[in-house]
Each structure stands twice: as C-alpha cells, then as structure tokens.
Design a protein around this ligand. Structure first.
Ligand code: PSU
Ligand code: MN
Length: 311
C-alpha cells in the first residue's frame, strides 16, 4: 500500500488487502453521472453484492470532503447517487484541487485506477471506459483513461467502449502505449450495448485463471501499466445495433451543434443516448456492469491465489 495523508481505506478493504485476499475496485462516476437516481444506487449496491457472492471484497472509490476513499458505506453510496451530476467529475488533473480544498469528486476510470493503486487494489470493474473521441484529429479530445491505462498497474474489466468514441483510434492509441486489450471469450472488441464492433482485439482469453496469469506475468515482467479486459454484454441484454447507433449518431450531432466541450462531452452523450433509447439501454447498462463485476471478482480470486501460492 502506498499510503498518503489524503487516503482513507475502509477497514474491511484494508484487512483484505493486508491479508492478500481478493478485492475489486468500483468507480463512482458511473453512479453520479452514468445512471439516474435511484437505479444508480440500487445498481451500485447490487454490484457490491455480486462481488461478494463471487468471493471478493468490493471497494467503491470516490472523493468525499477532499478524502480519497477506497471503500464506501451504503450511506455514502446513497449520497453520491442523490447528488448525481452536481458532484464534480474528477479526473487526474482535478485530484490536487479537490484534496486541497476538501471537496467531493466522482472518480472516473482514471482516478479510480489511481486510488485503487494507492490502496493496493489491482483489479477494477466498470461499465465502459473513455477513449479517443470522434473528430479527435480536430479537437484532440482523448480521455485521460487511456493515459492511466498506460501507466498504472490495474486491470480494468469493462464491456468495451461505446461508439460515441472512435473505437479504431482508441485501439491504436492503446497499442502505441503498450496496453494489452483482451477479449473475454471473443476476438472482437465489444461496443458496450452490443457484443461486436467490427474491430479485433489483441488476444482472446476464456477463463479468469488465464486473465490472472497474464496480468501476473505483466507485473512480474516489470512492464508496469494496466490491462484492459473487454467482456461482451450477455446476448440476452444486448441491443439492436441500428437502434443504438442511430441514437449515438444523433447525440454526437447535437453535442457538435451545442458546442459541448471538454469534460462535459462524455456525460452529455451518455445522458442523451440514455434518453433517446429509454429504459432499454439502462437495463442493458445495469446488466453488463453486473457481468463485469462477477468476472472481475472471479479473476481477483485467481490473482490472489496465484500470489499466495508463490510466496
Ligand atoms: N463511458 C461510459 N460510461 C461511463 C463513462 C464513460 O460508457 O460512465 C465515464 C467513466 O467514468 C469514464 C469517464 O472514465 O466517463 C470518461 O470521461 P472522459 O471521456 O471525459 O475522459
Ligand atoms: Mn475528454
């Protein structure tokens, strides 16, 4: 653990990390900005239950009153869910300001990786990651999530990325920065609501044991950096590509017309796609997060077993 004066690891999480037991980190932007209240809170609590059922300890990560929290209470999750988009979406560049001023922040993939790593947590489950935006050759809008994956040794289990992004450029960027992109049970990069995107991943892996072994090898080699595991949404919850792509194209066009920029663009697109596709996309979103939580927990169990068997 890389303890610092701003970090609070909750006692259950700290005990699990100390004992080398499996722990899975979870982000809080998905709660505050990714889903409406009260489904966001119900989902966050259900995800923690799924992680426990699969043998690991959950650690939802957030910034509260300038404290970096690894592990939230149900009351703190409720607080985040209720406040929603009023809470600052916190990326790497926001951390120092929020800590020094004693403010709240919702952690993105980037800041969840940073705080997980500080707390000694190696595996993290979420829905979708940020990436290279469409039109990035003009706007230079590339999510800090990709940079964090390049540098911070945390495995991120997600359902790929939404095609609000340029998925081809996102894969190119990850390749340049040396981030392995794994398809879980698939050769294709999943596109969040759909199981396929038309883009190939680097490697297909079919078991949590093998995911843990590959991540272990990356750490043992001293390569540093993260690993991206893309886990396709279960078939029964996936959405018809025409419906989702139409909504995404429209949301992207509206963002352009309204001149939405910077950190606001991703929350704008997520909210607009959710509105345009109604309850179906919310249900799909919730189901894929559950699916990722279970895989991350099973992988964390294998990863913990691997470490203890070696020492
Ligand atoms: N994409 C999703 N769902 C999300 C996010 C992205 O499909 O919830 C959130 C995550 O917290 C991610 C962040 O880390 O948005 C990326 O924001 P930006 O594109 O501004 O880097
Ligand atoms: Mn951006």
């Amino acid at each position: 653990m890389n303890m610092n004066q701003y970090l609070d690891v909750n006692p259950e999480v700290a005990a699990a990390v100390q004992a080398g037991k499996p722990v899975v980190a979870l982000e809080s932007t998905i709660i505050s900005h990714g889903m409406p209240y009260p489904q966001n809170v119900e989902t966050a609590l259900a995800v923690e239950r799924i992680i426990r059922e699969n043998g690991a300890c959950p650690a939802t990560i957030a910034i509260i009153g300038g404290r970096l929290k690894a592990g939230l209470t149900p009351e703190e999750i409720e607080y985040f869910g209720k406040k929603g988009t009023e809470i600052t979406k916190a990326s790497r560049r926001d951390l120092a300001v929020l800590c020094a001023k004693g403010l709240d922040g919702a952690t993105t993939v980037t800041t969840t990786m940073i705080i997980a790593h500080m707390a000694g947590i190696r595996i993290f489950a979420t829905g979708g990651i940020g990436g290279v935006h469409r039109g990035a050759e003009r706007t230079m809008d590339i999510s800090a999530d990709l940079e964090e994956l390049a540098h911070t040794p945390v495995m991120v289990v997600c359902a790929g990325a939404k095609s609000i992004l340029d998925l081809g450029l996102t894969l190119e960027y990850l390749e340049t920065h040396g981030v392995p992109v794994i398809g879980y049970g698939t050769e294709e990069l999943p596109a969040f609501y759909t199981r396929s995107s038309g883009f190939r991943v680097d490697y297909r892996i079919d078991s949590p044991e093998e995911l843990a072994a590959v991540f272990g090898a990356q750490n043992d080699l001293g390569l540093g950096g993260g690993m991206l595991v893309t886990n396709p949404i279960p078939e029964e919850y996936s959405m018809p590509p025409e419906i989702i792509n139409q909504a995404i194209d429209r949301a992207v066009a509206e963002a352009e017309e309204q001149n939405i920029r910077g950190k606001n663009i991703t929350p704008f697109l997520l909210a607009r796609v959710a509105e345009l596709t109604g309850g179906d996309s919310l249900e799909s979103n919730i189901r894929l997060v559950f699916n990722n939580a279970a895989l991350a927990a099973r992988t964390a169990v294998c990863y913990a077993g691997r470490k203890t068997s070696k020492s």
